[in-house]
Design a protein around this ligand. Structure first.
Ligand code: NDP
Length: 277
């Protein structure tokens, strides 16, 4: 790929960003599509976000992905936010049209695309979501929109209650009785906490005896790909879905928003897998 004066820049803003496979994934897709675009990762601290977004305007950077800790903080700093991102309260993708910054949330549809890709139709199904942070918000809104009955369980119950109230879900904590009630009759379990994320890869947000055949278990974590939860779920006879499909799906939608072209998702997946190795 040649970098020249016509190259359009896209980038990730977050802190930390060293673990991210998004640069590898997007640059592979740009190369494969023959687009004169490139993608970099910038460590932007919480206090640096406003200045960084001003730089996006000043330097005419085409697009941005936001990750921890910026997804919510960015909302008031943008010129426009899609209704979906505003409802979720989080932006993970920004498109810059001549200095006008519009925020989108591709985690919501990316999550559903990943789930559907594994043949899981959420309508009328009972789902349990662990966590009430940024990823969990996208997952719960997506599942509710798709017609699932959702229970949100979180370490800090007040955050689960707030998310449940906003989405028409049921809230609970991670205690034994809440977990048992929630899992009774559930067909889908999603881990949207950061429990099990590298380097603390040996911990699971749920004891393995709670996992039963018939349950589909998805982890939003993709580093490691096979989390402790997914290993336990597989051993218990559950169907498992790792976090990489969601990463690729949300990334592909960002790519489309920036370039107007559809990327090759297999190329993106292979590049992400390679970067993880
Ligand atoms: P947040 O910091 O917003 O939320 C973290 C969540 O994890 C909270 O619900 C928090 O509970 C819970 N949590 C953290 N530590 C513990 C613990 N020790 N025990 C129980 N619960 C805990 O992070 P995000 O929502 O942005 O990210 C969560 C995960 O989702 C990350 O692992 C990230 O990698 C993944 N992700 C994956 C994506 C993909 O495309 N595959 C996209 C986005 C995120 P509490 O409220 O009590 O603090």
């Amino acid at each position: 790929m040649t970098i020249d004066s016509g190259t359009r820049l896209t980038a990730l803003f977050g802190d930390p960003i060293a673990h991210s496979v998004s640069p590898a994934m997007h640059n592979a897709a740009f190369r494969h599509s023959g687009l004169n675009f490139t993608y970099l990762a910038f460590r932007v601290t919480e206090s640096g976000l406003e200045a960084a977004l001003e730089a996006v305007r000043a330097l005419n950077i085409r697009g941005i992905n936001l990750t921890i800790p910026h997804k919510t903080a960015a909302l008031p700093l943008l010129d426009e936010v899609t209704e979906s991102a505003r409802r979720v309260g989080a932006v993970n993708t920004i498109v810059n049209d001549n200095g006008r910054l519009k925020g989108h949330n591709t985690d919501v549809s990316g999550f559903l695309t990943a789930l559907r890709g594994h043949g899981f139709n959420s309508a009328g199904r009972k789902a349990v979501v662990l966590g009430a942070g940024g990823a969990a918000r996208a997952v719960v809104f997506a599942l509710r929109d798709a017609g699932a009955a959702v229970t949100v369980l979180n370490r800090t119950p007040a955050k689960a209650a707030e998310l449940a109230a906003a989405t028409g879900a049921i809230a609970g904590d991670l205690g034994e009785s809440s977990v048992n009630t929630a899992l009774d009759g559930a067909e889908l379990l999603i881990n949207a906490t950061s429990v099990g994320l590298y380097p603390e890869s040996e911990v699971s947000p749920l004891a393995d005896y709670r996992l039963k055949p018939g349950l589909t278990v998805m982890d939003t974590i993709y580093r490691p790909r096979r989390t402790r939860l997914l290993a336990d779920a597989q051993a218990a006879g559950c169907r498992v879905i790792d976090g990489l499909d969601m990463l690729v799906a949300q990334g592909a939608e960002s790519f489309e928003l920036w370039t107007g072209r559809s990327p090759d998702r297999t190329i993106m997946l292979r590049a992400a897998e390679e970067a993880l190795r």
